[in-house]
Design a protein around this ligand. Structure first.
Ligand code: SF4
Ligand code: SF4
Length: 333
């Protein structure tokens, strides 16, 4: 039988130093051992209210025994995914593995663009992707997809929030991080401005290269279209290459361009935006069809905001200079 040892420490007079704090060295040792799978916790007469600030930054897997054994206490959020993700990041860094951050932007965190971006910088994230949360629910409680109606959920980012978020993060990135921190949408916008293929499918003219496979082997046209109508088949019956090159998938890919509404066709940013992701096209356009992108207002605002800078950086790239020069220009106009 496998057994594991649980290490329990008192706090006062033991884990806490003369200054009644957990030293940085102790924090690091406990967190590192926890990361490696050790079971470490504390048992104390203290209440959760006084334990919580003292254990800030100390990663421990088991709950703390508090109030002389009358209760168990787990740091708020410690059982959620946040602390496990942070432990995972630390482990990747320990072994020299580079990692990228993919952050969803919703109606709540969109209100804190600078804080959100700076958080990722503070944990050493150099490659960051923002994904707008746009969800619709049908009356039966199921998620809606492009071909169906539904109501936008309160958690979804609004078009105005999305534009404001992108512009404010962009301004911060432009002042401090061009050439050192990489935000996928900004890099893809610059690539597109310079006539290159964007690194993000949402700005590409067509879809079709981002299939999604489920645990049971079912393959779908895209991870945003995991619905029956978009199932290409199962890997037990067909090859992935065959399904991804099938007429059905090619039709799915071409649909992005073919279904653009007049607003997009006449838009001055259509060459770069391409109507963004078809998943988000459900707002009524001038045709009376639900085919205009819900986030359109946000993208228009963002592209207008960055146009002059993109002109400059794309020209610098064409001339063989780093686009990061723009930061000097911004500091000394
Ligand atoms: S549907 Fe959206 S996420 Fe999927 S490939 Fe097209 S643009 Fe990308
Ligand atoms: S900004 Fe709006 S109108 Fe212009 S291409 Fe994008 S979604 Fe269409």
């Amino acid at each position: 039988m496998n057994t594991r040892t649980l290490y329990v420490s008192d706090m006062d007079g033991t884990l806490l130093g003369a200054d009644s704090c957990v030293s940085e060295r102790s924090r690091r040792i406990i967190s590192d051992l926890t990361e490696q799978g050790a079971l470490i916790t504390v048992a104390t007469a203290r209440t959760p209210a006084t334990v919580q600030p003292l254990l800030a930054g100390v990663e421990m897997a088991p709950p703390a025994v508090v109030m002389t054994g009358a209760a168990l206490w787990t740091r708020r959020g410690a059982r959620g995914s946040f602390s496990r993700v942070m432990l995972g990041i630390r482990m990747l860094e320990r072994y020299g593995v580079e990692w990228n951050g993919m952050a969803t932007v919703n109606s709540l965190n969109a209100e804190y663009p600078e804080e959100f971006y700076n958080f990722f910088k503070s944990i050493g994230c150099r490659y960051l992707q923002f994904t707008p949360i746009v969800e619709r629910l049908q009356p039966d409680g199921h998620l809606a997809h492009a071909a169906t109606g539904g109501t936008v959920t309160p958690e979804s980012v609004t078009p105005g929030q999305w534009g404001e978020f992108l512009c404010r993060v962009y301004d911060l990135w432009m002042r401090e991080d061009v050439g050192n921190g990489f935000v996928q949408l900004f890099d893809s916008t610059l690539a597109r401005w310079g006539g290159e293929t964007p690194g993000v499918c949402t700005l590409a003219p067509e879809c079709g290269h981002a299939g999604a496979i489920e645990h049971d082997g079912d393959l779908y046209s895209c991870d945003h279209f995991v619905f029956d109508d978009y199932k290409l088949g199962n890997i037990r019956e067909a090859t992935i290459a065959g399904m991804m090159n099938s007429p059905r998938q090619r039709e799915f890919g071409a649909m992005k361009r073919a279904s653009l509404p007049p607003e997009c066709l006449q838009c001055r940013f259509s060459w770069i935006c391409n109507g963004e992701c078809p998943k988000n096209r459900f707002v009524l356009s001038s045709t009376g069809r639900a085919d205009l992108n819900y986030l359109c207002e946000g993208y228009r605002r963002f592209f207008s905001h960055v146009a002059a800078d993109m002109d400059f950086m794309a020209a610098r790239l064409r001339a063989g200079f780093p686009p990061a020069d723009i930061m000097k220009l911004k500091k000394n106009p």
